[in-house]
Design a protein around this ligand. Structure first.
Ligand code: BES
Ligand code: ZN
Ligand code: ZN
Length: 497
């Protein structure tokens, strides 16, 4: 998809369609819409008066061969209530335009934002939405469903003088959208096509292309480093584990500058191990590497956006299988940090592999940590598939990440991590246990387990189990992997520098 700045007035743009949006309020015909209404001889106003055009969020109204403009179609998309409008709404609107028009064979459309949204930040959001919506996975289908494509999108309405700024924003939007789609491709891969070794190979190819350093630790080095928690999970599988470390170093590193570690859970398939999961729905556990893919996607984008701080992605990759050598409930594993862990449930494996990855990230010099993981079913009980559960200490560090989430329009919600919860992961035989005792708070005890390894390092944990995978398609997104948290992490890293 080619995206270009277009200085021509909208009425003379000869695209297959012009797209704009209409708010859900009494005076729906205003600003850019007024101009279009005038050009089309009052067609929009009459649709609004008749009640057909309401402006309700993502309502689609398509006019064919509208008089007064050169384009063949005019698509009006509902923008919802103006007080709820954000960059996220813009992403959804531009994305919905792609999916709606693509299915109707449109190849080139022009997007006209409202007057208030003719800013670089808005242009970036629009482009992110376009690329995100373009994504569809049909790699393993011989009868390809994604044959139609939008070849070109023109951005209208921006002032000619702002061209340089807008072009830069378009580039940023592309980098972020493409990196999300890179992560979504990884997450879509079935586990027989994406073992830990294959994931490492894909990370290596990405690093080479992006100009990033990469170090892939094999089972021998993982053993030498005494990563007993990661090895405990991996021992049930024929496939050896990998620990993938991808590093971005700024051209000039300031002494004492922070080093951000992005730690991502990559269980390429989670059977649950000996505490095996029910068969129903188990196929979805190929997406249990979603946190790792998120961090690889984020650092891929950062390689191009070039923050002034050092960033590294630390991705422990393994299968969780119930093989003959698998760890068993009651086993005690010694993590790299020296802490002993009683494995109560082998299905609580994510926290085990993250424990060693967090310790290793600190060893490599990370001063600040963010982890992302499809960690618990409990986070879905708490927040459904709407919000990412965000935990962290100190609170001020978590708040900064939540601020980035707000800025990018991603939904994340702060979860508690009071000291009282620590009691629930005390073990009778080891230092800690890998599940909470007692009832409830499963997402919180999982977070507390990670905190035992992050210790005093400022740390945020994002539980993306509910949000990394979309069960049903949306007007602006295919079903399947969402690429959630990548825009937030990029914004966060850029603001840290
Ligand atoms: N990978 C799962 C969490 C998960 C569940 C992700 C559903 C996406 C969808 C994780 O490893 C797991 O199995 N967690 C257990 C922990 C429990 C045994 C304490 C869970 O949440 O049930
Ligand atoms: Zn599990
Ligand atoms: Zn898991």
């Amino acid at each position: 998809m080619q995206i270009q700045f277009e200085a021509q007035p909208f009425s003379s743009v000869s695209a297959d369609a012009i797209v704009t949006y209409v708010f859900d309020k009494d005076s729906r015909v205003e600003g850019a819409v007024t101009e279009l209404d005038r050009a089309t001889g009052g067609r929009i106003k009459s649709l609004s008066d008749s009640g057909e055009l309401t402006g309700k969020s993502l309502e689609m109204t398509l006019l064919h061969f509208p008089a007064g403009i050169a384009a063949q179609r005019l698509l009006l998309i509902g923008a919802g209530k103006p007080e709820k409008f954000s960059n996220a709404s813009l992403r959804h609107i531009s994305g919905a335009a792609v999916r709606y028009l693509k299915s109707r064979g449109v190849k080139h459309f022009a997007f006209l934002p409202g007057e208030k949204e003719r800013t670089p930040a808005a242009a970036q959001a629009i482009v992110e939405g376009l690329l995100h919506a373009e994504y569809e996975s049909d790699k393993y289908q011989t009868d390809k469903k994604n044959t139609k494509a939008i070849a070109r999108v023109s951005l209208l309405g921006f002032s000619a003088g702002a061209r340089g700024e807008i072009d830069a924003a378009v580039d940023r939007g592309k980098i972020i959208g493409e990196s999300q789609n890179f992560a979504r491709d990884l997450i879509n891969e079935p586990s027989n096509h994406l073992t830990p070794r294959m994931l490492a190979a894909k990370a290596e190819a990405m690093a080479k292309e992006a100009g990033l350093e990469i170090d892939i630790l094999d089972e021998k080095r993982i053993t030498e480093l005494k990563m007993g928690a990661l090895l405990g999970v991996a021992q049930g599988s024929e496939e050896p584990p990998r620990l993938i470390v991808v590093r971005y170093r700024p051209a000039q590193k300031k002494p004492g500058a922070p080093v951000l570690g992005l730690v991502g859970k990559a269980v390429t398939f989670d059977t649950g191990g000996i505490s095996i999961k029910p068969a129903d729905g188990m196929e979805k556990m190929k997406y249990d590497m979603g946190g790792g893919a998120t961090m690889l996607g984020a650092i891929r984008a950062l390689a191009r956006l070039k923050p002034s701080i050092e960033v590294m992605a630390v991705v422990p990759a393994t299968e969780n299988m119930p093989g003959g050598r698998a760890q068993k409930p009651g086993d005690v594993q010694i993590a790299m940090s020296g802490k002993s862990i009683e494995v109560i449930n082998t299905d609580a494996e994510g926290r085990l592999i993250l424990a060693d990855a967090i310790t290793y990230a600190k060893k490599l010099g990370c001063t600040h940590l963010v982890d992302a993981a499809t960690l618990t079913g409990a986070i879905m009980v708490a927040l459904a598939n709407i919000n990412v559960g965000a935990f962290g200490t100190p609170r001020e560090f978590l708040d900064r990440l939540l601020e980035s989430a707000r800025a990018t329009g991603e939904k994340m919600w702060p979860m508690p991590i009071d000291d009282e919860y620590e009691e629930m992961i005390k073990s009778n035989i080891a230092d800690i246990r890998n599940t909470g005792s007692g009832k409830g708070g499963g997402a919180i005890t999982a977070a507390w387990f990670l905190k035992e390894f992050a210790e005093d390092t400022p740390w945020v944990h994002l539980d993306i189990a509910g949000t990394a995978w979309l069960e049903e398609s949306k007007p602006y997104a295919a079903k399947g992997p969402t690429g959630v948290a990548i825009p937030t992490l990029i914004d966060f890293a850029m603001k840290m520098s």
